[in-house]
Design a protein around this ligand. Structure first.
Ligand code: C2E
Ligand code: MG
Ligand code: MG
Ligand code: MG
Length: 280
């Protein structure tokens, strides 16, 4: 418990340090310039149904295309942006790109699936966050149910009551919530009963332990899938890399999987060609 308190404090300090205006302003100017140059890319990874291996949904994931180093994953730049209080610019950029994609699919009469956008806890804590999200989604005429807002479970651990009230506002406006990284380091199982989720995403750290001879990992996973299904929440397993993991998840009656076993995150146009069919 003591360790948790220290970690909790650390997370809090991380989010408020680096508020030195000069530094943040410089990074923000760079950030906006890079966005304008098209150097931030939205990649998309499919979520696949376990029963039929069909398309269940998709998740949008940011990438930075560096002229010097090529395509850079978010782990390399998101912590800095969070520290500087600038991650909102990425979150809203991704939301808008996702809206453009879905608007295109609607215009072309393609089969739609809901698409997830990841929101940092600091973005979600902004005042009028629901208005900001709704303004963008409505500008593109997207029915709200096609936008899934992924909230990492650890966010609920820190400011639980605030998260519950924000989650309730978002669902009241017809947006769907996806509980991300479920059962990773900061767990908050009570969130399950406090909000209505469209899906619960099991963290890769849990999935990677499946079938390794460690019977307890399998038992925890199976029990958690059971808990979610009792609550009426579909389960999406993250980071499925092997057929063995898929078979175990099938046995546990997990609904969908997202992982390299089926496909990696890919540029949005590639995803569209491969997965989003025209209705005919
Ligand atoms: P996440 O939301 O949990 O996203 C899932 C991550 O798991 C992605 O990493 C994805 O590429 C990776 N993944 C999927 N299947 C597999 C697999 O089979 N094996 C392995 N090893 N990895 C797999 P990615 O794209 O590097 O993103 C990392 C994290 O960065 C995300 O975790 C999310 O927390 C954050 N992130 C990404 N895009 C955004 C964004 O637009 N805004 C914010 N705030 N955070 C973002
Ligand atoms: Mg996510
Ligand atoms: Mg995450
Ligand atoms: Mg996750």
């Amino acid at each position: 418990a003591k360790l948790h308190m220290i970690e909790k404090k650390k997370l809090y300090y991380n989010s408020i340090e680096g508020k030195s205006k000069y530094n943040s302003k410089k990074i923000l100017d760079n950030l906006n310039a890079e966005i304008a140059k098209g150097r931030f890319l939205v990649y998309v990874q499919p979520k696949i149904t376990v029963a039929e291996s069909g398309l269940y949904g998709a998740e949008a994931l940011i990438r930075y295309n560096s002229p010097d180093y090529g395509v850079i994953p978010p782990v390399k730049f998101i912590p800095t942006l969070e520290k500087e209080g600038l991650i909102r610019h990425i979150d809203f950029f991704v939301l808008e790109e996702v809206c453009k994609l879905i608007a295109k699919w609607i215009a072309e009469k393609r089969t739609l699936v809901p698409v997830s956008v990841n929101f940092s806890r600091t973005t979600l804590l902004e005042s009028r966050i629901a208005d900001s999200i709704e303004e963008i989604v409505d500008r593109y005429g997207i029915p709200h149910e096609y936008i899934l807002i992924e909230i990492t479970e650890s966010a609920g651990y820190i400011e639980k009551d605030t998260f519950i009230s924000i989650g309730k506002i978002l669902t009241a406006r017809g947006f769907s919530l996806s509980l991300d990284d479920f059962c990773s380091e900061y767990s908050c199982v009570s969130l399950l009963g406090a909000l209505k989720f469209r899906e619960v995403k099991f963290d890769r750290s849990m999935i990677s332990q499946l079938g390794g001879g460690e019977k307890t990992a399998d038992t925890v996973c199976e029990t958690m899938v059971g808990l979610c299904s009792k609550l009426g929440y579909p389960v999406v397993a993250e980071g499925v890399e092997t057929e063995e993991q898929l078979e175990i998840l099938k046995k546990f009656k997990c609904d969908a999987v997202q992982g390299f076993f089926f496909d990696r995150p890919m540029p949005a146009d590639e995803f569209e060609k491969k997965y989003i069919y025209s209705q005919s």
